[in-house]
Design a protein around this ligand. Structure first.
Ligand code: SAH
Length: 233
């Protein structure tokens, strides 16, 4: 079955956006995955299709209404059943490659993109939403975050990146950051490609790459390094 993303947004024209290009776009055309983008406003109320209202308790901005958001979620679940429903939110669990891999191995996802000040809390409770964050910063809406999540998942679907890709060796796959990459020319502005990489000794190359991955992870991401060391012992 084709991996299926259902996106709930107030700005459907933002899709497929980045997802329509390059290998992911080609894979979309070849139906290796599918994208169903739905306008939350279709569930809006009254003549003006209202989707939001002022925050209870006061304060700036607008909040997406629970009745409208839940109607959109229920309709999405009816056509894409048995997939996790994710609300992109800065309060969510930071997205990891491990969660991306789980999602890619499943049948797809429903992604709710917030706007304004966010979403009535009761939607999250009543529909048991998984909250996922792209990182500790605030976007203006969930659309870019949804595209990032979909891109990370879809590139792991077999056939999407083509035969040459190797998601097994990249950053986070072994809990480490990736080793440095080089290509021709051999010498660039006085900097040479490390000899080991051009020497043809595959065992030595592997050893070098592993030690570089460990060195970089230790220096840049002590949090990942601690986890890696724990798993080793
Ligand atoms: N007032 C909210 C921020 C709302 S930003 C707060 O302080 O938590 C508007 C929308 O952008 C959110 O509803 C969410 O869908 C999206 N968004 C913002 N930052 C995000 C992030 N780091 N990760 C994922 N989605 C994010």
């Amino acid at each position: 079955m084709t991996w299926r993303a259902t996106v709930l947004t107030l700005f459907p024209e933002m899709f497929p956006g980045a997802l329509g290009h390059s290998l992911l776009g080609k894979a979309l055309q070849r139906t290796l995955w599918s994208l169903d983008v739905r306008d939350i406003r279709e569930h809006g109320l009254g003549k003006h299709r209202t989707v939001d209202d002022t925050p209870s308790g006061g304060g700036p901005g607008m909040v997406m209404r629970a009745d409208v958001a839940c109607a959109a979620i229920d309709a999405a679940r009816a056509s894409n059943p048995n997939v996790p429903t994710i609300y992109l939110s800065p309060r969510g669990a930071p997205l990891t490659q491990a969660r991306v891999r789980q999602l890619a191995n499943g049948p797809g996802a429903i992604l709710l993109c917030g706007r304004f000040e966010g979403l009535d809390e009761r939607v999250i409770e009543a529909r048991n939403l998984e909250e996922v964050s792209l990182g500790d910063f605030v976007l203006a809406g969930g659309e870019i975050a949804a595209q990032a999540l979909i891109e990370a998942a879809v590139r792991l679907i077999p056939g999407v990146l083509g035969a040459e890709a190797s998601p097994d060796e990249e950053s986070f796959s072994q809990g480490l950051l990736e080793y440095p990459q080089y290509t021709r020319p051999q010498s660039f502005e006085g900097r040479d490609i490390p000899d080991v990489l051009t020497g043809g000794n595959h065992r030595e190359i592997s050893k070098w790459r592993q030690s570089e991955a460990e060195r970089l992870t230790k220096a840049r991401r002590p949090d990942l390094w601690t986890l890696f060391e724990k798993r080793k012992h």
